[in-house]
Design a protein around this ligand. Structure first.
Ligand code: MG
Length: 249
């Protein structure tokens, strides 16, 4: 299959898909509060995505039972929304994908519930910074390993670890296209980046070690050592100039 280069027209549609994703995540970030059940967040996402003229990508994907991934505290990714009640001080990773006019948008944010600890704030800020470091490195003529190593170096130089078992990915008509984009690697290695490539970058950053484990529901990924984890993701397009964030308002 290889890496699929998108036309300007296709990227414009992906920008619309991305806008839906950013809008839904913005609404969720505003509404989240102590006492809420995680399934209430999923219900809001499922309702809003339809209102915005799109469809949720994750529902039914390889059997995933919800529209939104909700991963709390030591949960890294792929948390299934349910009866869990959110507490003041929790941090919650919200990962959402939408399909609009045949194209995908995929993004994630980690948000605090009420007042959160300075340690949690610093973790979230570092993860967002790691994502930005990756975006900044995504230029035509660079190699994929330049993006991966930028994310890794940003994270590890601040004393955190980067999850290794889950990666970013190409995205377009399918949620997961080539290439896989590890959040660690060596500069100067991997495929050359070209204008028209559309990729989802998504560092998952742990306070403790990078190792993870999958829970008994076969979906929810948590840190192996129980330490806090955060996740930020954007879908971007590589252009001649600045990388363009497609999952933006
Ligand atoms: Mg993704």
């Amino acid at each position: 299959m290889g890496i699929i280069i998108k036309s300007e027209r296709e990227i414009a549609i992906m920008r619309q898909a991305g806008k839906v994703v950013a809008t839904v995540l913005g609404i969720l970030s505003e509404k989240i509060k102590p006492g809420m059940k995680t399934r209430e967040l999923d219900a809001i996402a499922a309702r809003e995505v339809i209102r915005l003229g799109a469809r949720p990508s994750f529902k039914g994907y390889q059997g995933f039972p919800a529209s939104l991934c909700v991963s709390v505290n030591d949960e890294v990714v792929h948390g299934i929304p349910g009866e869990r009640v959110l507490d003041e001080g929790d941090i919650v990773s919200l990962d959402f994908g939408a399909i609009y006019d045949g194209f995908q948008g995929d993004a994630a944010v980690t948000v605090g519930v009420g007042e959160i600890s300075p340690q949690a704030k610093k973790l979230m800020k570092t993860t967002e910074g790691a994502l930005q470091a990756g975006i900044n490195a995504a230029r035509p003529g660079a190699r994929l390993g330049d993006v991966s190593s930028a994310i890794q170096n940003y994270t590890e130089s601040r004393g955190y670890s980067i999850v290794r078992e889950y990666t970013g990915h190409g995205i377009g008509r399918k949620m997961h296209e080539e290439p896989q984009i590890p959040n660690f690697g060596l500069p100067g290695t991997g495929p050359l980046l070209k204008k028209g490539m559309t990729i989802a970058l998504e560092p998952m950053v742990n306070v403790g070690g990078w190792e993870t484990r999958v829970g008994s529901n076969h979906w929810t990924v948590s840190t192996a050592d129980g330490s806090l984890s955060a996740h930020f993701e954007n879908t971007i397009a590589i252009t001649d100039a600045e990388p363009q964030v497609l999952t933006a308002l």
